[in-house]
Design a binder for this molecule. Sequence first.
Ligand code: NAD
Length: 357
Amino acid sequence: MTGSTVYESWAQRVIFGSGTASEDVAAEVKRLGAERVLVVAAAAEALLADEVCADIEVAGTFSAIEPHVPIGVAQAVRAAATQHRADLLLSVGGGSTTGAAKAAALTTGLPILAVPTTYAGSEATPVWGLTEGARKVTGVDARVLPAVVVYDAALTLSLPTRLTVTSGLNALAHCVDSLWAPRRNMVSSALAVEGARAIVGALPKVARDGGDLGARRDILVGVYLGGVAFAGAGSGLHHKICHVLGGAFNLEHAAMHSIVLPHAVGFNLPFDPAAEQRLAPLFSPAEPFVGLVEWYAGLDAPTALSELGLANGDLELAADLITEQIPADNPRPVTRTQVYELLERAWRGDAPVLVPV
Ligand code: NAD
């Protein structure tokens, strides 16, 4: 590599706890001097939000959350912020909920206090996303980065096993994809490897015993490290594939990531000895692709994009859209045929393969 390396960090206050969200949130609301809190939480997240807000006064609640933040949801959450004269957005929920709060922050400039209840990791990034029809638009803006993140492992105890696993794999995808993403650098890669280490160690424990609070806490550390790595490194091959599939075909976010990840790894790893070296110590056997696939086998994760409702006839369009977006410096040159073949394997649910050089 020639020239200097740039790593841009994003300032946040981050609190890790277990069963401590209500007191941590109350302390942070006070510290921020907020007097009119708009709670952003989906109807399905209302009980979690009640728990989190037990020690604060709430000015209003917005619950009309939909996946991928349709433009109408963005307009409605902004209107709610104005109506309630909010001075703080308190998001309690998964990535869709964090995304709605980000959409409001993008135009109002209001600070966000994020309390994540899945492992999506959006709270750690300045990336926003909106959808208009089938078109997903994303951008980076410092205004959408939550000022404060309060993690509470106890809030993730209610995640069903399947979502625990797929959302954990979504977090792992942030880590792994950061290793070959366009703005990768020594800082983002170090964060990514530590994040992956935490998730690889803890996710199988939680898949076996959803009540393992210590392991859920470890996953949240991995989630945050992976989110920060992703924010620093940008979207690599894996995220470009999932961005197209999620935006154009509205597939279940976490499950889609968990299906595509081993196929993306099998494609890139033979051309990325640096990533291979970083990942090897995390898996047993130490050949990281075999190790990853064996590790996956213990999680009972979904394997086929066809199960998520993607039609075989959609693969041609998806391959066209993805090929246009592959980062120019992906470690392996990528042809449209290779993208189509990767999608077809993931669509059928084939065992992931190390695509030969
Ligand atoms: P989600 O937010 O849609 O949540 C999935 C389901 O789980 C929802 O029904 C939700 O109500 C429920 N849920 C949330 N927490 C729960 C809990 N503790 N117990 C039981 N159920 C719970 O899905 P997600 O995977 O968390 O997030 C996906 C979205 O996040 C996508 O739109 C994606 O684009 C976005 N995202 C953005 C970034 C970013 O950096 N901007 C990063 C990752 C994901």
